[in-house]
Each structure stands twice: as C-alpha cells, then as structure tokens.
Design a protein around this ligand. Structure first.
Ligand code: LLP
Length: 463
C-alpha cells in the first residue's frame, strides 16, 4: 500500500487519505516484511504462518480475535537494542506497551531492564522475578502506597515527576531507612512531530518539570538536600512514534546543559541521563523506522560531543523503548463477519473485535495495514474500511486499505504491528471479552494472557 502522491492522479480505486492518494499494492498477497514480525510468511497453501504455524490452526485452537506474538522476534529485538547500546548503557523496556509475566521473563533472560509506571506493572515485574534493581518506576501521580512498595522492593530508580513527589519519595525512603536512587524528569520544551496526545516534551502538559525558568535546576537543588534521595540523573521523554532524531538531539543537548549547570552550582556530576522511549515503528509500508544501532550512534554521539564541550565526563545513557521492541512482534487475527459494500464509497468489513482490542485508530487516528491471512486471492483490490462490532461509528480498526474483492464472511484477516498499546489499552466496552495473547515460537504456540470469559466479567459485577 502506498500513501505517496499518485503520479498519474487518482485512479478509479484510489482514495484520498489524509491528503495523499492511497493506491493498492501491486500484489495484495505479498506481506511487507517492514510491518510483519520476522517469522511471518505464507505457506505453500497461501496461509499466513507465524513461527511455522498457519493462522487457520491458530484460530481453531485459540479463537479470534487474538493477538499472536512472535517470541523469537521479540527476543531478537531485545538483543538488537542491548547490542546497539552496549555494556556502557542501559535499555529499559517500557512495560506500558505490553506487559505480562512471560514478557518479564524474556526481558530478564535477554538482559534488559524494565520501566514500570503503576503498582500493577510493578507487581507483574516483581512476581515474574525481575530483580528490583533492574526496575525503574515512573508516573506523574504515583500514590504514596505505590512509592512505599517501590522503595521497599528496592527498585533501581524512581523517576521524580514533580516538586511534591521529590518530598514524598524522600519522606518514604527515610521512613523506611533507605536512600532511594532517583532521576528527575524534565520537560525540555521540544515539539515532537507526533500526535498531540503522545507528545510529552512541550511545556503545556502534565509530565515532568520544565527546564524553562530554572524549574528543573530548582528541583535538582531541592532533591540534593534531602537525605532520603540519591540523585543519579536527569530523565527526558519527548513523546511517542517519532521518526525524526532531531527532537532527541535537542533533548540530549538541553539535558547535558542542565548537567553542566548542576556541576557548576553544586560541584556534582550526575552520572546518568535517560533519553526516554518513543522511537517509531512501521504500521504501514510508508513508515521507515530507524534501526537500534543508528539510534544508539546518533544519541551516543550527541551526548559525547555535548559533554566534551561542557567539560563533563560522559554520563551513562539509558533509553526506554516500548513500542519499538514489542510493536512489530504481534498481529491481531480477526474473523470477517458482515461485509457491506457502499456504492461509490468503500466496503465496510466488520470483524469480531474492534476498538476494544485496538483503540489506537479511534484515539490517535493511527494508521494500520491489513491482509487476508487464511488464503491468497487473485481477485481485484477492493477499497475497505475494517470496523469492529461495537456500538459506535468511530469503531474503526483500519481506516483505509485494500483487500481482495472476493473477501467473504469466515475469512481470517490479520492486522500487523499490534504488539504495542493494543492489548495494554484494551477495554471491555460493550462487555467485550479482551482477547488472549498467544506467544508463538518454533512451531509451538502457548497462551501467555488468556482470553477473558463472561465469568470474569460477572465476577467483578458484585450485584
Ligand atoms: N518512557 C516513558 C517515560 C514513557 O512515558 C513512554 C511512553 C515510554 C518510555 C515508551 O514509549 P514508546 O517507546 O513505547 O513509544 N498509548 C500511546 C503511547 C503512549 C506512550 C506513553 N509513554 C500509543 O498507543 O501510541
């Protein structure tokens, strides 16, 4: 699928999408490796397979809708990130993208650290055996109870997000007889080129403490005076689904400037800088994400250069990719239900899930691609909108895409790149049952998060 301007203007079946003409790919049966996880391919019968297992077998065994997660790809991506950054840096997987006990164990085995941002994520991490010192605890409004649990567990760092929290964490640490390692999250004032709701470094939003007006310097000043805290570094996260490295470079430069100010004022060189997550992935063939080694080099170079210029020793760098690790590793498998052709517009293809398993299209106008997965087809491309079964017209999974015109109820279609922020943001809207996550590896598939049941729903409803 292509969203570039069509050279010859719109063809019969082309559609204007966000100012671009969306043209069908030359062959709808081809799976673009940019958007599919690494072990996905088609077998000799034309069925999409992952880890060697065809989707028809997966659907039969696990039902639809369901997320299928390519474990080998997940582990490869973890290794690519940690190899790219090397032993002198730390990679924290951002658990909000998708977290389960199996994922925690894979991270632990692959040598990654983990960023959590709630009591629930902390509980999952600890339960699955992630050593506390490899956990960073985030959030703009951590409760005192969450802070107590994190400090008592001995998390490696807490990322402080406000002036009040500086005092709160110091107090908790002191009352538990601990000295908590902390970073201070700053907002560096860059406009990340992404959707407004997932941009976090401009000043008018809820996260962090602004560098502007000396706020962040004041936060460091206060934190350094408190016995319960060991200030180890500065943290900056500029947003999500970002392709352009320029924002990260400005952020790194401004954070290093703060480190220099801290050194000048307090004679202390803070040893760590965390540049957050937010690296974009390919949701459609038009997206061109950076490889981890390019990102590592670009960030490493800029930090080293800025530190040299400021006469600082280069601090230990850390990053927190969530989407870039798990996003590309999973797809959602749906069964096609009602098909409704709207003359002169498009064909609405309804699936057995929807905004309850992927809210990103409705919430961020996100773009996805889709393929017929249970078979191939030589039929003409048909312009479709893939919609869910919820009582809401905004219940759209894939806004504009092409599927073969012989698509029929009962076919399986798959939406790739749904590993991040789909299951983790899933809801029970219309009392939908949240789909399972099935890990597939080397011809074996196992449920790592089971499908919800009506019994689960009724258990919470205490009458
Ligand atoms: N570190 C911090 C402090 C964060 O707040 C986030 C994401 C990450 C790391 C990981 O970002 P990633 O590499 O996954 O982009 N629900 C939205 C994304 C919200 C991200 C929130 N924070 C979406 O579906 O696009």
């Amino acid at each position: 699928m292509s969203r570039s301007a069509h050279p010859a203007g719109p063809r019969h079946a082309d559609v204007m999408s966000e100012g671009h003409y969306l043209a069908p790919a030359d062959d709808l049966n081809v799976l673009d490796e940019k958007v599919w996880s690494r072990t996905v391919t088609r077998d000799e019968h034309g069925a999409v397979t992952v880890g060697g297992i065809p989707v028809s077998r997966l659907a039969e065994e696990f039902g639809t809708p369901a997320y299928f997660l390519d474990e080998a790809d997940f582990r490869d991506r973890c290794r690519a990130w940690s190899d790219a950054f090397g032993p002198g840096a730390d990679v924290f997987y951002a658990g909000k993208a998708f977290l389960s006990r199996a994922v925690v164990r894979w991270l632990k085995e692959e040598g990654l650290n983990l960023d959590v941002c709630s009591g629930g994520e902390l509980a999952t991490a600890l339960d699955a055996g992630m050593p506390a010192e490899r956990i960073a605890f985030h959030g703009n409004n951590k409760t005192v109870e969450e802070i107590e649990r994190a400090v008592a567990a001995g998390v490696g760092r807490i990322v402080l997000d406000s002036f009040q929290e500086i005092v709160r964490v110091a107090h908790v640490a002191q009352s538990l007889g601990r000295r908590q390692r902390v970073q201070i999250r700053v907002t560096v004032g860059v406009e990340a080129h992404t959707h407004e709701f997932i941009a976090t470094a401009h000043e008018d939003q809820k996260f962090g403490i602004a560098l502007a007006g000396g706020q962040a310097a004041e936060a460091v000043r206060r934190a350094l005076t408190l016995d319960g805290l060991e200030v180890v570094g500065i943290h900056s996260h500029i947003g999500s689904q970002i392709f352009d490295m320029a924002g990260f470079e400005v952020s790194a430069r401004r954070v290093v400037r703060l480190l220099a100010e801290v050194r000048d004022e307090h004679g202390v060189e803070l040893p760590e800088i965390d540049l957050g997550g937010g690296l974009g992935i390919a949701y459609t063939s038009d997206d061109d994400p950076r490889e981890p080694h390019e990102i590592a080099k670009s960030l490493g170079d800029i930090v080293t250069r800025e530190c040299e210029a400021a006469g600082l020793a280069t601090p230990r760098i850390s990053v927190e990719p969530g989407r870039a690790i798990v996003g590309p590793t999973a797809f959602t498998l749906y069964e096609v239900g009602t098909i409704k052709p709207l003359e002169g517009l498009r064909t609405y293809v309804s699936v057995d899930g929807g905004m309850s398993d992927n809210i990103r299209t409705a919430l961020y106008d996100a773009e996805y691609s889709v393929s017929l997965a249970s078979r191939t087809s030589d039929a003409e491309p048909m312009l479709v909108r893939v919609v869910g079964k919820h009582c809401e017209s905004g219940d759209i999974v894939v806004k504009d895409a092409y599927l073969p015109a012989d698509l029929a109820p009962g076919d399986l279609i798959a939406v790739p790149a749904t590993g991040a922020y789909c299951r983790s943001m899933a809801s029970n809207y219309n009392h939908a049952l949240r789909p399972p996550v099935v890990a597939v590896r080397d011809g074996e598939a196992r449920v790592i998060v089971r499908r919800e049941t009506e019994e689960d729903l009724l258990r919470l409803d205490v009458g």
